[in-house]
Design a protein around this ligand. Structure first.
Ligand SMILES: [Zn+2]
Length: 372
């Protein structure tokens, strides 16, 4: 197997590694998966190019890097790395301990680089278990992060840490769906700890709560009002489009839920629709506008309230799965039984944070699946 057999994936750090790769005699070209390049550098450095074969098989399973090194003749080391839980090494009798240690170190270093790219060919949608509230992280195939809402406390700060490489403290886009506490509070601390490149929030709202003004203060230099039609296109081919608030709302919102930012993120053919706490009246307005709403995954509005995710809206979105972000034993009775029944009657798979904890969906742009 040759390196040329591996899929070429543009990675934000590929250019950096490209400089190193020039030192080695095998040809390299810009765009290699960072795992492969890092592996080449490390193995060349450690073994002076004695390896003959190297395979990284994880583009789809992505949690598992399976690397096979054929170092010398019959000596075969098979190293399975399952970040972050398990590192196991099989069949290494003929390998000197020193080499093995270096090899393991190499894999660990690669794994650290790999954190940003777990894996570069997939997008990840993480729905954190923040209790009664919303907190969603999108990781694009290129390793950029979009954070939508932060939950009613600071739990998300800890939970999202493992989804960022150690060297990455930048959130490319932070979106506050609306200014209620169960969406805003966690974002204040996140904004303090991370470099926020850009932030979106519902403009023109009257809310002077301490947490909202604290958040606005943190993002003031990079924040702007969200408006339908704004789009973000990423180099990896994924795209985020803002569908709400509308440029000319039918009426000035009196309820903050009505101001919810609605965003649709697509990677190739697979889409996710995020609706904040938008009630059914807002959903109908979106449909009246003739906006493209179809999505494989719907983050249902307002934590599974009966007043969101109306029958006609569900038919317009046609989701295969619905994520409900609600807290165990919440005082609102979310998710409401009527809403659950509505989803079930459309054969929609229901994913609930209160039952499953963190929910992570992975897509390669054609299929999607739940991360293990
Ligand atoms: Zn809410």
């Amino acid at each position: 197997m040759d390196f040329a057999d591996f899929p070429v994936v543009r990675h934000p750090h590929a250019k950096f590694f490209h400089g190193f790769c020039k030192c080695f005699n095998r040809s390299t070209r810009f765009g290699y998966n960072v795992q492969l390049i890092a592996m080449r550098i490390l193995l060349n450095f450690c073994y002076n190019s004695i390896y003959e074969e190297c395979a990284v098989i994880s583009a789809r399973t992505s949690h598992v890097i399976t690397s096979i090194y054929n170092f010398k003749k019959e000596q075969l080391v098979l190293i399975n790395y399952h970040p972050p839980k398990m590192l196991s090494i099989h069949k290494s009798q003929n390998i000197k301990r020193g080499r093995l240690i270096i090899g393991v170190l190499a894999i660990l270093i690669i794994a650290i680089f790999n954190t940003s790219a777990r894996n570069a060919a997939v997008a990840r949608w993480v729905f954190f278990d923040v209790g009664q509230g919303d907190g969603i992280l999108i990781i694009t195939p290129g390793g950029e992060q979009i954070l939508i809402d932060g939950g009613p406390n600071n739990k998300i700060v800890t939970d999202m840490g493992s989804y960022f490489p150690f060297y990455d403290h930048t959130i490319e886009l932070m979106i506050l769906s609306h200014a209620h506490a169960d969406h805003t509070i966690g974002l204040v601390e996140v904004a303090k700890r991370y470099h926020i490149k850009e932030a979106l929030y519902p403009g023109d709202i009257e809310n002077q709560s301490a947490f909202y003004t604290a958040w606005l203060a943190e993002i003031q230099s990079v924040g702007r009002a969200a408006l339908a039609g704004q789009t973000y296109s990423f180099a990896d081919g994924s795209r985020l489009e803002i569908l709400h608030p509308l440029k000319t709302p039918a009426a000035r919102p009196t309820d903050l839920n009505d101001t919810s930012v609605v965003a649709r993120y697509c990677y190739l053919e697979v889409c996710l629709l995020l609706t904040g706490d938008l009630p059914q009246a807002g959903e109908k307005e979106l449909m009246r506008q003739g906006l493209k709403l179809k999505a494989d995954i719907l983050k249902v509005g307002h934590h599974g309230s009966r007043d969101s995710s109306g029958e006609d809206f569900i038919e317009a979105v046609k989701p295969l799965a619905a994520v409900i972000q609600s807290g165990t034993g919440n005082s609102y009775g979310h998710p409401h039984a009527e809403l659950l029944q509505r989803l079930l009657s459309h054969d929609i798979k229901i994913l609930r944070n209160d039952e499953s904890g963190v929910i992570e969906i992975v897509t390669d742009g054609y299929r999607w699946w739940l991360a293990e």
